[in-house]
Ligand binder design. Sequence first.
Ligand code: SF4
Length: 348
Amino acid sequence: MNGFDYSVATDVDALLQQMAAPGAAAVDASKLIAGGTNLLDLMKENLVRPRQIVDLNRLPPQAIERLPDGAFRLGALARNAATAYHPELREQLPLLSTAILAGASAQIRNMASNGGNLMQRTRCHYFYDAGVPCNKRAPGTGCPALDGLARQHAIVGASDHCIATHPSDMCVALAALEAVVHVRSVRGARQIAFADFHRLPGDQPELDNTLAPDELIEAIVVPPSQHYAAHSAYLKLRERLSYAFALVSVAAALDLDADGRIRSARIALGGVAHKPWRDPSAEALLVGAPATTASFDRAAAQLLQGAQAQGVGPGSNAFKIPMARRAVVRALATAALGTVTNTGDNLP
Ligand code: SF4
């Protein structure tokens, strides 16, 4: 067990000053904790050894608010469960509610914060094994997944340095709904489009996102999306029905006219890349098209253009390429029939 100092943040400005202090950004110098549903795993595995833990749970940004323009402002410290079960949000953003409820377990969702959901690290099993090299954990040491077990790994957007995937369900829906991440530091506030928040691994797989070390997530704002409320679906395919990360997941939303033709569409994939995977050119193919399997398959093919299998032998994830294509078609077809709101835990 590694010893660490523990402190409770009660004032955002004071916390930002602390985060901007010289040396504060050093690896393992200090870690922020909210729900702790990922950080404590990392500490137990001895992968992260912070000298200080700063508890955020007394800070104010914990509310889920409706803004005057109809957008939802999700406080960074609001719990995943409180977000998923917020009555107005469930009605207006069923895609987001359903995606959150597809993740983890009821107990974890009760603890996990919205900001923490964005910041969680990959569940690549090599990353969690301190006995093997890993470019994300220790840059330059190598990536055993490239020649190993890659069922959970990426088929799009990967690099020779890392083929890990982002594990979140919530973030897949937030990507489809074009959320905006509001962050703050001593230098001021800024907004990050969700598509730009998480990053592809490239030659710096140790960086999961574009948040600066001294920046704090204050809120996630989801713009008004009522026109997608009636036709959305979150489909999650995994190794077992409950409490497992996605092999492939799809957040799909359609805006249909009275004749059943598609006015606009949103599709994002989880479990296939280092970030939620979205390609507006695939969605553009659906505009004006009938809501048919043929239309959906064209969009799926475009979304998965350039997909490549990783791993070798029985560890290969080649199966995920056709699986993802069929999952996109099925999720869009389900959305076209009408939204079915998830009312319980881990419904497929
Ligand atoms: Fe590490 Fe990424 Fe390779 Fe996994 S895929 S072992 S996280 S470098």
